[in-house]
Structure formats: structure tokens, C-alpha cells
Design a protein around this ligand. Structure first.
Ligand code: PLP
Length: 422
């Protein structure tokens, strides 16, 4: 049967590029054999972090609040004790001067970007298209699926800053960054998935200022940022301003299954997003919210982010960088993105003689999975060879797997570049 889908139904029934790759990986691994999988975006379960969530779960099960938490509907805005804990934490830590009306809890932050992309992007009541601007491509592949009005997503090509031998960093191209009344919202991840880039405080302030002149909201996707999960290996300050919506997720802090996203912003933005949520989902599950409230209030979430989650992935990033130095030929034009945050490494292979998809297949032939880079340029319409010259490698693999993966990538690249007339 072929269901009759609406335009939105059609759009939402497509899977974004990286999901198709993940399907191939899962099916291939199911067919048996030994595989080194450097593809997952799923964070690892770290025992200390799991123990903390278990402890707060036991506490909630034993508490008098349990019935109220799971047995009744609540406010669309979120579970009161979690909102209070967020307000208290951000006011005491960052002096943001927020109150409860500035906070919205969503079922994971992906839902928040869906609400945002369709509340502020798409056709306005006068029929004019307002776009969602991604100021620094490549960025999170999941943004490719959030805009119901497909033509509303617009990404900007970055400047490439070669920062050292075999190192580079993407920078926003401020010459092409124009925010006028055709832009409904600005959105970027910091630290970024897939690159590990952390836009500097100055870069963020400059973007926020350009958008402020048109009263355009800026959604800063802080899924990997400080204070939790604190997957940041460079200096960065969370930045708040009247047109900034600071967006967080507890998924990389050990709670992806409970779907807890947090938005902090000016009340008019929060109210619009909250109404969208009431229509779409009523509210986020209160069980995870109740656990999060305790973990934030006690300081445990902050402490474990800083002492367990951050060092775990930072070490992996350092190890993989060293493994690339050892195994990738020095005379080839490979460039690793500066490892500033998140749980991925991003490799740019300049003048790559084959596509990223073909490279994925060549590496797969050695029983190693990586993710080809092309799906991480959502909204970037123009042709640009760079889009087909990158790979994402996950830091969730074991140290041995990272070393094996780097050796295989080095071997395949030697063969691939040797076969070209470079
Ligand atoms: C940059 C970024 N933003 C948002 C999300 C969505 O996270 P969640 O919906 O679990 O909060 C992810 C998930 O991997 C991500 O990498």
C-alpha cells in the first residue's frame, strides 16, 4: 500500500543522510565477522555516571513524589523542580539573572530544534519565507530533518583556517553572514557535531550581534557544552543575550533514553516554543526531569561532567590525534580538525581522488566503519568539492579500535592517493 502523504508527511518520512549509512552499518555488522565501528553517535555508558542516575532513580522510586511525577499530567513548560534547579544553577554559576519564565523543558533537544525551525522558519502570515540560518557548515546532520519547509534551511560555507601541519579549523565567513528580515532564526552547535569545533566567544558574540539588529533569535545548541556534559577541551563561555536561546541536552550526560532537553531564553521566545510543544507533545516525560532536577541541584551532574565525562573523551581525542600522526602519511594532504570538543574527530582529505562515499566503502572493505562527511552539510546548496572530502570518526570506540582504525585509514589513503595523478 502507498499511503497518500501530505507535503509535510513526505518530508518527515525521509531519513536524513547519515541514518541511511547507519542502516548499512547495522545490517553489515549483523551479517557477522569482526568489525571496528568508528561510526556511533550514541555516547557510551560510563559506570560512575550510570551509578549516579541509578541512585537518583532509587531515591525517586522511594519518595512521596513518585506518584505525582508519573501518575499525573504536568505543565507543558516542564517539571517545576527541574525548572527551579536550572534557574538557580545558571544564576549562581553564570549570573544570567533568569527566572522560571525563561526555561522550557523538551523531550530531548532534537524536539526543541524541530519546534524552533518551524516556529521561526517557514512562510510567515504574509507568505514571505523566513529562513533558518546555519552560519557555519558543516554542522549537525539532524538539522537537515527539522524544517518542514525544506527551502527554509540555509547554511553558509565556512572559511578554512589551516592552523598547523595537518591541522585546520572552520571559521564563520562574516562577509557572507547577513541577517535581514528573510531570516527567522540562527542555529549552530557549539561544540559542533561532527567537527569538534568550538566557535570562539568573540565569534559567537559577533553572530549574536548581527542577528540582534533584526531581532532574530540565535539558538546555540550546547548538547556537548559546559556546564554539562562539559565535552569541551578548549576555553569557552556559554553566552547569553536577549536574542540567545541557550539549548542544552542531558543525552551526552548519560540520559539519552529519558529525553531531556532544556531551553533558556527570553520569555516571548520560550512562550512560543512552549505552545508548539503543547500542541505537539503536551510535555516531556517527567521521570527523567525529576532525576535531572536532583542531579543538578546536588551538584553531582556538574561534578561527574568535569571529573568523568570530560576526561574520558578528552583522552580519546588525544589518543586518536596521536594515532593519526603515527599512521597517516606525512606527505599526504590530510587535515584533522582542531579537537576542541564533542565526541568526534573530523578529517579533511584535500584533493581526495575519490568521493567520501567511495572512501567509506574502501575502509569498510577492511572491516572498519567511519561516517562519510557529505550528510553533515545540511542546507548548503552550492557544489563544493570539500563536501565530498571529509570523514567523521567517533571517539566512542575503544583505544585499541581507534588505533586499528587510524592504521586502516592510513593504509587506504596511501593506496587511494597513489592511484591518482596528484
Ligand atoms: C549537536 C547535537 N544537537 C542535538 C542532538 C540531539 O540530542 P537530543 O535530542 O538527544 O537532546 C544531537 C545528538 O546527537 C547532537 O549531536
Amino acid at each position: 500500500m502507498q499511503p497518500h502523504l501530505s507535503r509535510f508527511g513526505h518530508k518527515m518520512s525521509q531519513l536524513t543522510g547519515v541514518r541511511a549509512i547507519m542502516k548499512d552499518i547495522i545490517e553489515t555488522m549483523r551479517s557477522g565477522g569482526q568489525w571496528v565501528n568508528l561510526s556511533p553517535g550514541n555516547p557510551l555508558i560510563l559506570p560512575e555516571v550510570e551509578a549516579m542516575w541509578r541512585q537518583y532513580t532509587a531515591k525517586l522510586l522511594a519518595s512521596k513524589d513518585f506518584g505525582e511525577v508519573v501518575g499525573r499530567y504536568g505543565a507543558s513548560q516542564g517539571y517545576g523542580p527541574l525548572i527551579d534547579a536550572v534557574v538557580e544553577f545558571f544564576n549562581s554559576t553564570y549570573k544570567w539573572g533568569i527566572s522560571a519564565e525563561n526555561v522550557l523543558i523538551t523531550p530531548g533537544s532534537q524536539a526543541l530544534y524541530f519546534y524552533a525551525a518551524n516556529t521561526f522558519g517557514g512562510y510567515d502570515p504574509h507568505g514571505r519565507l523566513r529562513k533558518i540560518l546555519l552560519p557555519l557548515s558543516p554542522d549537525y546532520t539532524g538539522y537537515g530533518g527539522v524544517a518542514l519547509t525544506e527551502e527554509s534551511l540555509l547554511a553558509l560555507k565556512p572559511n578554512i583556517d589551516v592552523t598547523g601541519p595537518h591541522r585546520f579549523k572552520y571559521r564563520p565567513d562574516f562577509d557572507s553572514l547577513k541577517v535581514d528580515d528573510t531570516i527567522g532564526a540562527v542555529l549552530f552547535s557549539r561544540p559542533a557535531n561532527p567537527t569538534g569545533n568550538v566557535l570562539t566567544d568573540d565569534e559567537v558574540r559577533a553572530i549574536v550581534q548581527v542577528a540582534a539588529s533584526e531581532e532574530v533569535p540565535v539558538f546555540i545548541d550546547s548538547a556537548y557544552a559546559a556546564p554539562f556534559p562539559d565535552l569541551v577541551y578548549t576555553d569557552m563561555t556559554p553566552i547569553y543575550a536577549p536574542n540567545v536561546i541557550h539549548c542544552m541536552s542531558l543525552s551526552k550526560a548519560g540520559l539519552p533514553g529519558e529525553r531531556v532537553g532544556i531551553a533558556i531564553g527570553a520569555a516571548p521566545y520560550i512562550e512560543a516554543l512552549e505552545s508548539f510543544q503543547t500542541n505537539a507533545a503536551i510535555h516531556s516525560s517527567r521521570f527523567g526531569q525529576a532525576l535531572a532536577a536532583e542531579a543538578i541541584r546536588s551538584g553531582d551532574l556538574l561534578r561527574l561532567s568535569q571529573t568523568v565525562i570530560n576526561p574520558f573523551y578528552r583522552r580519546k581525542a588525544e589518543l586518536l590525534t596521536a594515532a593519526f600522526e603515527e599512521h597517516l602519511p606525512a606527505d599526504l594532504p590530510w587535515f584533522l580538525h582542531e579537537a576542541e570538543g564533542a565526541i568526534f574527530a573530523w578529517l579533511w582529505l584535500d584533493q581526495l581522488p575519490i568521493t567520501d562515499q567511495e572512501l567509506y566503502q574502501r575502509i569498510k572493505a577492511h572491516h572498519v566503519f567511519v561516517v562519510p562527511g557529505a550528510p553533515f552539510f545540511p542546507g548548503l546548496k552550492e557544489e563544493w568539492p570539500h563536501k565530498r572530502q571529509c570523514l567523521r570518526i567517533s571517539l566512542t570506540a575503544t583505544e585499541d579500535e581507534l588505533r586499528i582504525g587510524a592504521a586502516v585509514i592510513g593504509q587506504v589513503l596511501t593506496e587511494v592517493y597513489a592511484g591518482s595523478s596528484r
